[in-house]
Every structure is written in C-alpha cells, then in structure tokens.
Design a protein around this ligand. Structure first.
Ligand SMILES: Cc1cc2nc3c(=O)[nH]c(=O)nc-3n(C[C@H](O)[C@H](O)[C@H](O)COP(=O)(O)O)c2cc1C
Length: 158
C-alpha cells in the first residue's frame, strides 16, 4: 500500500457528517458542492470552515463568491449529496432551494443552514480552507437522522 492510500484510509476513519456548500451564480442559479470537510471553528466570533480541492471544477466560482451557505444534510438527502459530487453537474434545481433574507441559497430539508460571508481563504497543500463568518443560521426542528460518511462510504447511526 502506498503512503497516499494509507493516509486516505486513515483520514477515512474519522466519521463525519455531509454538507453541501451553495452559492448563487451571476446568472441567478444555485451551485452546490458536496463536502465532508465542514467543521465548526469558533462561537465568538461565529466561524465555520470547509476545504475545497485545488482541482475542483468549482474553483473559479468559489473564488468569485464572497458569500456561501453551508447546508448540513439529513440521511434522506444522499441522492442530492451524490448529485453535487459529480463533476460538471453542480446546478441545483429550484425545487431543492430556498433563498434566505440575505440572498443565500439554502437547501430545503437540510438539518441546518449557515449563511456565511467569506472571512478568509487559506492555501493549504492541495486544498483551500474556506473560513466563513456565520451571519445567520437556521436549525431544523426535526429529529431526522444526519447523513454520515465513514471509510469512504455513507454510513448509518448504529
Ligand atoms: C461525501 C463526500 C465528501 C466530499 N468532500 C469534499 C471536500 O471536503 N472538499 C472537496 O473539495 N471535495 C469533496 N468531495 C468531492 C466533491 O464533492 C466533488 O465530487 C469533486 O470536487 C469533483 O467535482 P468537481 O471537480 O466538479 O469539483 C466530496 C465528495 C463526497 C461524495
């Protein structure tokens, strides 16, 4: 096993949730990218982070965006997660999206949505760390299970 594979496998032992980062494109449609690198960073000031791969098709769109929304997915949204992880097809249909007061694009049925302005972009190896300053948040009043990712695949709560 090469070192790269060993590192990837070890990273995969850290079970995570799954989020879709959304932005509004200049034409008015909504673009989304599936990530499991979402993390809470700070309560005061309110900051979150996620990482964007340098080779993502979405690099330019995110470089041009000064806001984004991080949407935490429920277990029922696996299909949407897969759809937003396919290269070239990052447009979300209007039925999946609602626009918040700040104009950010929230995914309908997400467990939580964080409307953020870009606070910092940090170049880190083969990814860019996006730090978002949370300007408003919506937390679903539901007992719905989260979508989980573990060892390179989706997982359920035991
Ligand atoms: C569960 C899951 C988690 C992912 N997490 C990340 C991530 O944190 N950062 C990232 O840049 N890509 C992540 N990806 C990959 C992207 O969603 C996407 O598949 C990849 O960037 C290829 O498409 P693109 O070239 O159009 O970006 C993840 C994919 C899946 C299925």
């Amino acid at each position: 096993m090469n070192e790269h594979r060993a590192l990837r496998n070890a990273f995969g032992q850290f079970g995570t949730g799954v989020a879709i980062i959304t932005i509004a494109d200049p034409q008015g449609s909504t673009l989304g990218l599936t990530v499991n690198s979402f993390s809470s960073v700070s309560l005061d000031p309110p900051l979150i982070s996620w990482c964007l791969a340098n080779d993502s098709d979405m690099m330019t769109q995110f470089a041009d965006a000064n806001r984004f929304c991080a949407n935490i997915l429920s277990a029922e949204q696996q299909e949407l997660s897969n759809a937003m992880a396919r290269p070239g097809t990052h447009e979300l249909g209007p039925c999946h999206v609602e626009t918040s007061a700040s104009g950010d694009r929230r995914i309908v049925g997400a467990l939580a949505c964080f409307d953020c302005r870009v606070h910092e972009r940090i170049v880190a190896g083969d990814h860019i760390i996006y730090i978002g300053y949370v300007e408003s948040v919506d937390c679903a009043e539901t007992q719905a299970a989260p979508l989980l990712y573990f060892r390179g695949g989706y997982a359920g709560l035991a």
